[in-house]
Write a new protein. Sequence first.
Length: 313
Amino acid sequence: MELFRIGRTIPFMRHALILNVISFLTFVAAVFFIVTRGFHLSIEFTGGTVMEVNYTQSAPLEQVRTVVSGLGYTDFQVQNFGTSRDVMIRLPLAPGQSSAAQSDTVLKALKASDATVELRRVEFVGPQVGRELVENGLLALLFVIIGIVVYLAVRFEWKFAVAGVLANLHDVVIILGFFAFFGWEFSLSVLAGVLAVLGYSVNESVVIMDRIRENFRKERSMPVVDVINGAITQTISRTIITHGSTQMMVMAMLIFGGPTLHYFALALTIGIWFGIYSSVFVAAAIAMWLGVKREDMIKPVKKVDELEESYEE
């Protein structure tokens, strides 16, 4: 499906060197901020108090957030749990205050605005659980990267596998760099968004790589640079349709999803735009510089004379 077709091949690789230098500097800056500033981890990683309260009618989430914020909390989460009347409140650790004391204070404040609210459950989530979440998250990221390498190496060629993985790591590190630089809250939903971006970005790279392979088969005498430029140009319409529709959905979550989905949608938004950029200017350019050629992806066909000689022998 195409919205439009470009008759003239756009020379994307002409500016690949300059853009990749910028990408490298951005990548280094992101790593610097990650190392020096670290992440603003949510209570899912650091530990805290989890409360479940129930309302007789649909819970006023914004009112609950206002009440909790008025108690001096800044790092907290308020979201529906199960039904629209049930609310889960996650509170960070408070020095010198137990989970029971925290929950009592919050419940009294909530009852001041709505006397019908009831406390259903209070639970303390320790930092040990947070460490396990970090370890499991890193393992999930590692397995995804290994899977991408194997998939690209089997379907295409090792040069494309290396290029695709570097492009995907570029996207992930840039997203993490944004969260480290601005001090945005890094939660499990954000980690899920990063993993989703990995799969989303590699899909775009695969589409371009597949078109490059097709062009190698059709244009046997065309230079590698022209083959890559042609493949990217031919997939622009598809890229606009796919990423445009996805971004509209993500923007809806970003605008109307509330605080619960805000950073998840933000991570996806950064990943979508950098995914387009890295698939075109990072993955394709690295594959070109690694020396990808027609023979790498198309097995040479034996000549008829050679087949006849082997048959006679």
